[in-house]
Write a protein that binds this ligand. Structure first.
Ligand SMILES: [Fe+2]
Length: 707
């Protein structure tokens, strides 16, 4: 009889809701039970309360955490009405993220006893089981389906199954004990000279497609959705994962002590941690043992080495120094190229995997020579593989409302993707689309394969603009419309283009361009448009859009809560305009002489922000071609913090009578301009929070240069 397989992540489509319900129930129970069984490798009560590593909570937290996560998320989703134990559901809610390596969690916790937590878990099991058996179910289950929350909680526990197994491996030996259901692989080569040499495999060029659709039929985390594709030039990849034997070469050559091998961040980590060998290697006399989950064994030289990103990178740099070849880690894209090249496929639901993954084989790594995938080995499984790629959002990324901080805190350029899964990667973790990222100094059951490639690994943009003012302007220029008020920069550009009629339309200047929307809009009509703003921070949005075609920013919802947005030029039908614009920082009152010869100058919401609007208005004709048009739009919000009172051009009493800004504009502009048509008000709305908006009117005047 074939061994019983650990349940795969369910297929969420189809027409048999009864079968889907049964499958999800099995999946839940198998996960919940296997998780508890993992904790049976802990040797008694004290093991739960001692921290395996200072950066994380003690094991008792993780024992309770996955159960409270069910209740917390199901309450949030409105599927469970009553809490089971509010105190536990607060205490076990938030894990310690692996922050910097020198952050210590010193908070004091009054943890409950293990049997109290076990009792709590039993009640959660009953509540969730009841829910699964009784809640109405219509297929397919997709991202916004009520059942998605249940799948989310199960997959969350599968993640902790793996991360807790790492913590158990990091616990002192006295706190753990062997367990028949958690038996490691016993095959290993204990003679360093007996390990097959690694060699390079030629990987032909190809195209990779990443990302998944909302209609995909298995559970996915938010960061997997959207799309990304790339053409990959040919490269070479190591046939095997780097084994303990291969890594020994680096250790024995003094690689850990050789600063030239380490990136700066890696060097800082190495110095802090006093690292001199891989963390699970244990010195014994002249030789080495390897720490597994519950025991130390004679060094299996043919198993993959387990290291953090810094050590993997240092190995590559060492090899590069020794061989002169362009050795590095693969990018995420290149890993997908390896996957496709090797002909890998998702693991089957009813057959044992042809890889050391999903607990199908061992509760440990195994020899790097055991699982061939085409010409390569271990493209998936055995240990995770570090990549050069910091995690970033695919185009189309959206946060899932039930777990809004699952991924976004990792879009900081400091969390690198690991690919392929390990021997204990189960459920979603074992899928091709899985994307998990960790701090570069962090340890998982993770190692690496190296590649030789001429091109450096690309580092995709993962930045979200979080500066409040810049984000408000990003939304003002590229975001949604509120209260039926049309997009303001676009409305102004339309007015300007209409006023141009058949006049020449070579160059336009968008002065005070802010986030740059009007600059792009004007480029629909003009040969070239320059955007200038006093703030270099502001033009950053325009520059980013012109370069990448995409802008990401957070919006304040209320207080500290934000939502995540992305806007693409292509969606605004402005992709063509990208190549017709440029952006500069500049002072409208003191513009460089190169900024002249324009057929149109747009000055939107600018004049009441200048320190000397008079100076600007007196000289602006010099920048315009004869017959050219100046569009001024302003809510005339005169404030002394921007413009000293004596510089105001209107909005005060003069000789006892009202003197408006329009009066001042006429006085200053009429020597060189004629007013083309009566002024008109154009409204605009700036969103501050979900509940607060500024609604203003900007007065638009059009001036034609006549002298
Ligand atoms: Fe968690």
């Amino acid at each position: 009889m074939p061994p019983r397989l650990f349940e795969r992540t369910p297929v969420l489509s189809g027409s048999d809701a009864g079968a889907a319900r049964r499958e999800i129930r099995e999946y839940f129970l198998a996960t919940f039970n296997r998780y508890e069984q993992l904790f049976e490798t802990l040797a008694g009560e004290p093991s739960y309360f001692r921290k395996p590593i200072t950066l994380r909570h003690p094991m008792i937290f993780y024992f309770g955490h996955t159960a409270t996560f069910f209740i917390n998320k199901l309450v949030l989703a409105g599927l469970v009405k009553e809490r089971i134990n509010p105190e536990f559901e607060a205490m076990f809610a938030v894990g310690v993220d692996e922050m910097s390596w020198d952050d210590l969690d010193d908070a004091h916790y009054d943890w409950p006893r293990v049997d109290e937590v076990r009792e709590y878990r039993n009640r959660v099991r009953e509540v969730v089981d009841q829910l699964i058996q009784t809640m109405p179910l219509a297929l397919p289950i997709v991202w916004d389906h009520p059942w998605w929350a249940i799948l989310m909680c199960i997959e969350h526990e599968r993640i902790h199954l793996e991360t807790s197994s790492v913590l158990i491996r990091q616990h002192a030996l006295e706190y753990v004990k062997p367990h028949p259901a958690w038996q490691p692989c016993r095959k290993s080569c204990q003679d360093p000279d007996g390990v097959p040499q690694n060699r390079l495999v030629q990987i032909p060029a190809g195209e990779v497609h990443l990302g998944r659709e909302r209609s995909a039929d298995r559970y996915g985390w938010d960061n997997e959705y959207g799309s990304h594709q790339a053409g990959i030039p040919p490269f070479q990849a190591s046939r095997y994962l780097v084994s303990n034997r291969e890594f020994l070469g680096f250790v024995e050559d003094g690689g850990y002590a050789n600063d030239a091998c380490w990136e700066q961040e890696g060097l800082d980590w190495r110095n802090y941690a006093h690292a001199a060998h891989p963390t699970f290697w244990v010195r014994q006399g002249d030789g080495w043992l390897l720490r597994l989950m519950t025991e130390e064994v004679a060094m299996p030289w043919d198993w993959p080495v387990e290291v953090n990103y810094h050590e993997a990178k240092a190995f590559c740099n060492w090899k590069k120094l020794r061989t002169g070849q362009a050795v590095r880690l693969p990018s995420e894209d290149e890993w997908y190229r390896l996957y496709d090249f090797a002909g890998c496929a998702e693991i089957a639901h009813d057959r044992i995997a042809a890889a050391n993954i999903h607990l199908d084989h061992y509760a440990s790594s195994c020899p790097v020579t055991e699982f061939p995938h085409g010409e390569l080995y271990d493209v998936v499984g055995n240990v995770w593989q570090w990549t050069e790629t910091p995690i970033y959002p695919f185009v189309g990324f959206e946060v899932h409302p039930l777990y809004d901080d699952f991924t976004t805190p990792t879009f900081d350029g400091r969390h690198n993707l690991i690919k392929g899964g390990s021997w204990i990667s189960c459920g979603n973790e074992a899928l091709r689309s899985a994307r998990y990222a960790f701090r570069r100094h962090f340890f998982q059951h993770a190692g690496f394969r190296y590649v030789i490639a001429d091109a450096p690994a690309s580092v995709p943009e993962s930045h979200y603009e979080t500066d409040r003012l810049l984000s408000e302007y990003a939304e003002f220029h590229y975001g949604d419309e509120y209260f039926g008020v049309a997009n303001f920069p676009q409305a102004l550009a339309k007015i300007a283009i209409r006023a141009m009629g058949n006049k020449p339309a070579r160059n336009a200047l968008d002065l005070g361009c802010a986030a740059g929307r009007a600059t792009f809009e004007l480029a629909r009509h003009f040969g070239h448009v320059t955007g200038i703003d006093f703030s270099a921070r502001f033009i950053g949005s325009g520059v980013q859009l012109a370069k990448q075609g995409i802008l990401r920013y957070t919006l304040t919802e209320e207080g500290q809560l934000v939502s995540y947005k992305e806007r693409k030029l292509a969606d605004l039908e402005l992709d063509e305009a990208r190549h017709k614009v440029d952006f500069f920082q500049g002072d409208a009152c003191n513009l460089k002489s190169v900024f002249s010869g324009y057929d149109l100058i747009l000055a939107a919401n600018l004049i009441d922000r200048l320190y000397s609007p008079k100076k600007f208005l007196a000289a602006v004709h010099e920048r315009l071609n004869p017959g050219g048009i100046l569009l001024i739009a302003s809510p005339y919000t005169w404030l002394e913090e921007h413009t000293e009172l004596e510089e105001w051009i209107g909005g005060f009493k003069k000789n006892g009578e009202n003197f408006t800004t329009l009066d001042g504009l006429k006085k200053l502009l009429e020597p060189h301009f004629r007013l083309l048509e009566p002024p008109q008000d154009v409204p605009f709305v700036i969103r501050e929070t979900r509940h607060k908006f500024q609604h203003s009117l900007s007065e638009v005047t059009l001036w034609e240069r006549i002298a």
